[in-house]
Design a protein around this ligand. Sequence first.
Ligand code: PAF
Length: 284
Amino acid sequence: MQIITDPAEMQSIAESLRLQHQFIGVVMTMGALHEGHLSLVRLARQKAGTVIMTIFVNPIQFGPEEDFHRYPRPFEQDAALARSAGIDYLFVPSPEQIYPEGFLTAIEPGPLSSLFEGRFRPGHFSGVATVVVKLINITRPHIAIFGEKDAQQLAVIRQVTRDLNIGTSIIGAPIARQSDGLATSSRNVYLSSSEREQATVLYRAIQYAEQETGRGRSDLAAIADEAGAIILTAPDAVTDYLCFVDDETFEPAEEAASGKAYRLVMAVRIGTTRLIDNWRFACP
Ligand code: PAF
């Protein structure tokens, strides 16, 4: 595995790989690698001859009160994991290399980016979209793999790459969960042991929704209210949102219609840690 920090060097390597007809896959991360990231790498390895991983804690996708400064950065551990997962190139630029003096451009992804996560994190999706397009331009991948845990992020990235005719195929990978159902996330390390236990309410709410829609209920707003009550059984939980949405537009959905796909999306703070999760279902 080759570690590269200079964007120009990464771009020229990617260009020459393309000239050699290598099929390139990229897995973009902010580091603090866990099983979720490794499952993205496994998918990339199945589909691509060369796999590039990027590690970059992107300052412009964090709000002023968010955890940019305390975001975990265990670089040595990440590099060892990336190497053993079979990454060919690890691209680890500095903030100054990605946003040099005079950098002024921002991508505004449209209405999807002001709903849910976008409402609670103003500017977040513009920051994500801008860095993702830059990282695509630098690594020149044929495919880019993103986790479905960040379902709204995935939808925003699909929108932006489609709108801007970026020729990279965007592939979603299933959510990796721990044995009690908690979705793997770099932010799980912030949870104390009592909070970690309470965090299982997110998956319990999902299981409840799965059970109720599975027995034919279509009253999504009521099911969401009942799932929300499960979240509140955790004493330190505060729900930012919990709602069924249309799986394509992320517009809130009250009632399921046959043949359509929906997603239960949620963001819950347990103490000072904000967790997100979601579950997709297609109405028969
Ligand atoms: O999902 C993430 O880790 C980040 O939002 C991403 C896509 C690497 C952009 O910084």
